[in-house]
Design a protein around this ligand. Structure first.
Ligand code: NCD
Length: 335
């Protein structure tokens, strides 16, 4: 693995390897000293052209926990607001010796362009591009699903997600999280049902490895999903064309929102995910978001372990023995 651009690029073996490595990373994160020496002397640049809270902080934390030097770059307050292009920005970072570039960009395809342009020698990690892809989000979601629903209550190394039923609900049209998840969940053997109003289902969805339903209550009753992944209604991507994707917020939440009644209709073991940021009261009510079945805060914690695994596998290559070198060193220090 040289870059991580799309969930579709990951084979079953690669995906399971990342999840297993994330499990090892997560173990190191419950220790008092969380830092591993693995990426000492390496430089990770976080290049964020689009707003972000948890993804940017998560990548920064992950790189720092691996002892990398981290440069945070956000378009606001940089020369990008003076019109500097992606190319010139990338060449500047290259001159500073970036070993990995984590990029979030409003344009679908920007990370791919960066990876194939020769503007940087570093490994490129897609942290979300337009409505296209967000592979580390899909990986952290898969990691969270595996922890809760596969194996005996702990991480389940070596295992995929065979047979799990996952409903992805809401603004599928604008969601890179949905696109990445459909692909990765399919690779891992899960069955996905997309639930959305017809206006928020993308053209060409028939080609996706997922079923489509327009009725949340029906999907819950028929599918009995093991997990429900709620999507944020992305109002910032709805301005062109004057909106009009649904009649009113109230009607949207009545038809597609997760509330206490729908939560009670789910199988007892089912869990609720949301990538954040949440529109409380729109796609999810406060009582559903804060219920013990919601694993939303845990997703954030798992995101750090998964991004540590991705950076480790890209930059340190992965040692032959499988265990992260830093994790082994840390174990020795502990003993
Ligand atoms: C998602 C994103 O930015 O694509 N959030 C995230 O990375 N945690 C989903 C969203 O913004 O709705």
């Amino acid at each position: 693995m040289r870059h991580l651009l799309s969930a579709a690029d990951l084979s079953l073996d690669e995906a399971v390897r990342i999840l297993d490595t994330a499990g090892q990373m997560a173990q190191t994160q419950s220790r008092e000293i969380k830092k591993l020496p693995t990426l000492r002397g390496r430089t990770v640049v976080n290049l964020f052209f689009e707003d972000s809270t948890r993804t940017r902080i998560s990548f920064e934390t992950a790189a720092k926990r691996l002892s990398a030097d981290v440069i945070n770059f956000s378009a606001k307050g940089s020369s990008v607001s003076k019109g500097e292009s992606l190319k010139d920005t990338a060449l500047t970072l290259q001159a500073m010796g970036a070993d990995a570039v984590v990029i979030r960009h409003q344009a679908s395809g920007a990370p791919h362009r960066l990876a194939t342009s020769g503007w940087t020698d570093g490994a490129v990690v897609n942290a979300g591009d337009g409505t296209h892809q967000h592979p580390t989000q899909a990986l952290l979601d898969a990691f969270t699903l595996r922890r809760h629903l596969v194996g005996e209550g702990a991480d389940a190394p070596g295992r995929a997600l065979e047979g799990l039923r996952v409903a992805i609900v809401g603004d599928v049209l604008h969601s890179r999280v949905a696109r990445s998840n459909v692909q990765l969940l399919h690779t891992l053997g899960a069955q996905v049902t997309l639930v959305a109003p017809p206006t928020l289902v993308p053209v060409g969805v028939e080609a996706w490895p997922a079923r489509v339903s327009y009725h949340l209550d029906e999907a819950i009753a028929d599918d009995k999903p093991d997990a429900v992944m709620m999507l944020r209604v992305q109002r910032e991507r709805m301005s062109s064309g004057g909106g009009g994707f649904f009649p009113s917020p109230l009607e949207y939440s009545r038809a597609y929102g997760l509330d206490a009644r729908r939560l009670a209709a789910l199988p007892e073991h089912a869990i609720v995910l949301h990538p954040g940021p949440m529109n409380r009261g729109l796609e999810i009510t406060a009582d559903a978001a804060d219920s013990p079945r919601a694993v939303i805060v845990e997703q954030v914690a798992n995101g750090v372990a998964v991004r540590m695994a991705v950076l480790y596998l890209l930059l340190a290559g992965g040692s032959a023995a499988g265990a992260p070198a830093g994790a082994r060193t840390e174990t020795k220090v502990d003993q």
